[in-house]
Design a protein around this ligand. Structure first.
Ligand code: KIV
Ligand code: ZN
Length: 502
């Protein structure tokens, strides 16, 4: 299997994402993680662009062992000498120099002819090569450049000593077939190309950065320039985790491999999220929160029977602990039963049916039903008391300038009973209305409310203790609405009193 060199530019192009800047210490930490995972080249920054960038590259070069440490430099003498100073402490160092080669860039940005650009590129590579053994040259905006000019400029920089020639799709404009044809054209027409590494650097403006990278590799490129979480200018660069996992997952199809320890990918992604403050979308491939989560009943059923039905890689292969079967309104009985079993509950058929009905009711109210919700449902259901009174309906009017008033409707057998009452607060008003209907007055001894699940739509549990005729009775209620949970807790206590059970 041929090895693909992974060139990580999270700390350079990735850091160029708006708002993604990292402190020098954070850059060193990311670089250490990348080194530990077997990344071949770390592009640590663009030293001429600021003192902080220079410092970042230098500190990475001083502190991170293993990979080659690269710095970026325009095809300008000062850039190259500054870059050299920054990467100098590294055991393995690279100067990555670039100049734009497309008609648009040469005319409007550089205001230079192609002959001038070719000379600047050759001079830059010659100068860099006098300082370091390892030089990479990039023809910026290569995918929009004349192929004949690319042939000339790559030929010239290879003669000048470039070891790697990079073909950037700077504005994310190419498509897989076209890009692969360009790589093949270069392979067939640039003298000396067999002695250098062809690299690709794809941006994601059309969402094709990973596809273009993979297709170029298939055509003969051997270095992929990538950034963690797909960070980078505008829509970002080809994502590190997607390129690496595509090569790993389809390794035998491509007959290719990388040297990356993929089991650290998730931790790396999380670290970059926390340092940059840029989250990844939940459905992001490989590292998104939902990448190994299954909600549909049919999918859960398949996963329970054999995970290969709906997963092409294991969560463990990227360092995630397990796949999750998300319980929500699309989940089926099989998914719920399996989760309950994992939580230690083996229910009889009639018990399970009750829980499943309750679960569906809850799933209609909440987007996701968590394990804690299930514990609460089970507790509620399996501790069931005869419901002498059950809650049918309640409404409260409350505010800081009105007297809280509650109207409550309860059911006793098939009779509906309704009362209204005022109180010190909405819960007190509800409790007084319930006391009237049930003709049972009690003293509230304790009341506690807890959110037992996460999120804004968390379940609230209310636990109370009431006293009647020197005896204390507990009550317990659960609902997404805290007044409703309070009403259930109170009725639970009243039912206990009427059933005369502590
Ligand atoms: O996108 C680009 O062309 C670049 C080069 C400097 C390699 O980032
Ligand atoms: Zn770029």
């Amino acid at each position: 299997m041929d090895k693909i060199f992974i060139f990580d530019t999270t700390l350079r192009d990735g850091e160029q994402s708006p708002g993604a800047s990292m402190a020098v210490e954070q850059k060193v930490e990311v670089a250490r993680l990348l080194a530990g995972m077997g990344v071949d080249i770390i592009e640590a920054g663009f030293p001429i662009s600021s003192q902080l960038q220079f410092e970042g590259v230098k500190r990475v070069a001083e502190n991170v062992e293993g990979p080659t440490i690269a710095g970026l430099a325009r095809a300008v003498e000062k850039d190259i000498t500054t870059c050299y100073e920054a990467v100098k402490p590294a055991e393995k160092k690279r100067i990555h120099t670039f100049i734009a080669t497309s008609g648009i860039h040469m005319k409007h940005k550089l205001n230079k002819s192609s002959d001038e650009v070719l000379k600047l590129a050759t001079d830059a590579v010659t100068l860099a090569k006098s300082m370091v053994e390892d030089v990479e040259f990039s023809a910026e905006d290569a995918s929009r450049s004349e192929w004949e000019f690319l042939k000339d400029i790559y030929t010239a920089v290879i003669e000048a000593g470039a070891n790697t020639i990079n073909v950037p799709d700077t504005v994310g404009y190419t498509v897989p077939d076209e890009f692969s044809e360009l790589i093949q054209f270069l392979l067939n027409n640039v003298p000396g190309i067999d002695n250098v590494v062809i690299s690709v650097h794809c941006h994601n403006d059309l969402g094709l950065a990973v596809a273009n990278t993979i297709q170029a590799i298939k055509a003969g490129a051997r270095q992929a320039e990538v950034a963690v979480n797909g960070l980078g200018e505008r829509a970002g660069n080809a994502s590190f985790e997607e390129v690496v996992m595509a090569i790993k997952t389809k390794g035998s199809y491509f007959n290719l491999k990388t040297g990356i320890v993929t089991e650290n990918i998730y931790q790396l992604s999380k670290t970059v999220v926390s340092f940059t403050g840029i989250p990844v979308q939940p459905n992001k491939a490989i590292v998104g929160e939902n990448a190994f989560a299954h909600e549909a009943g049919i999918h859960q059923d398949g996963m329970i029977k054999n995970r290969m039905t709906y997963e092409i890689m294991t969560p463990q292969s990227i360092g995630r602990s397990k796949s999750t079967l998300v319980l929500g309104r699309h989940s089926g009985k099989h998914g719920l039963k399996t989760r309950l079993k994992e939580l230690g509950y083996t229910l009889k058929d009639n018990e399970f049916k009750k829980i499943f009905d309750k679960f569906l009711e809850l799933a209609d109210k909440k987007k996701e039903v968590f394990d804690e919700d299930l514990h609460v449902l089970i507790e509620d259901e399996l501790n069931i008391l005869p419901e002498i009174f059950s809650l049918v309906y309640f409404s409260v009017v409350t505010g800081n300038k009105v007297i809280p008033t509650a109207t409550v409707k309860l059911k006793k057998n098939s009779t509906m009973l309704q009362e209204a009452a005022t109180g010190d607060g909405p819960v007190d008003a509800v409790y007084r209305a319930i006391e009237k209907i049930t003709d049972t007055s009690v003293k509230l001894v304790s009341y506690s409310l807890n959110a037992v699940t996460h999120g804004k739509d968390a379940m609230g549990t209310v636990t109370i203790s009431v006293e009647r005729k020197n005896k204390q009775y507990r009550g317990y209620g659960v609902a997404t609405d805290i007044i409703e949970a309070s009403a259930h807790a109170f009725l639970n206590a009243i039912n206990r009193i009427l059933f005369n059970k502590l």
